[in-house]
Write a protein that binds this ligand. Sequence first.
Ligand code: SIN
Length: 303
Amino acid sequence: MHEEDYGVKHEVKVRPTGETLGATIEGLDLSKPLPANVLAEVMQALGKYGVLRFPEQHLQGKDLKQFSLQLGDLEINVAGGFQEPGHPEVMILSNMVENGKPVGLSDAGQDWHTDMSYSRQIAFANVLYGIKIPRRDGRALGNTEFCNMHAAYDGLPGEMKKKLDGMTVLHDFNKFWELMRGREGSGRAPLSDAQRKAKPPVSHPIFLTHPITARKVLYANPGYSIRINELSEKESEETLAFLFAHQTQQKYRYANRWEERDVLVWEDFGTIHNAIPDYLPHEHRLIKRCQVMATRFFNSGEP
Ligand code: SIN
């Protein structure tokens, strides 16, 4: 990619990881608006590689929000309560405690899932900025892992693709909540009736056509998917168990190892992800996150 940017000739390098997902993009300063054709190339790269790493960024919360807004509408997550002051679109993820109070949400995303698949309005992308990354013996901890849902769809048996085509999956926020609640030391209370009513289970097609690559992806995930609506309960259970094992096979996996000042962007149609909690309370992790909604591609018409 080449672009006349900031008054100087600017070269943007996309360096694929060579693995099933992931590329590093160098040469961009995300604190400044991206020219339209650079943004278009970033979007193409996001579809193609699923996960993009932009190293050596220097961003305040407001800059992260401005960059994320270039990808689409942002969610305001009111549930967690850990938001950047003045910028509620920026969520704080952290295991740190200051003056006896948690600095951020400490257990976000710690199992395989797709953000917002439980919502009628699904998500397009996540934008995370690494501020403190835990290390032990020089090795970064707290990887974010991904699985490739283009490849998982391609790898399904042909008969299954045919049979499931046109079917829908029910996704439930409470499934992942209960999974996290069951973890040792979890401070999460069960969702109240009012909270459950506010987030009722919703259905989405089991296969989506990816809006950037125009290829099919498997849109089901172990964190939120509870039922294939068109199958009997037993067949749904067996099929979901098969799909969860299939989509998380090692051959579809990619692990992002964080560096401080990385911006990591991934798209939520062609990937599922898992935040690995392999660090201790004194090994500090601090990440800021924006959630980009998919309104530009799939607009449910609901907030
Ligand atoms: C998430 O699921 O958005 C959290 C990812 C992470 O903290 O690595």
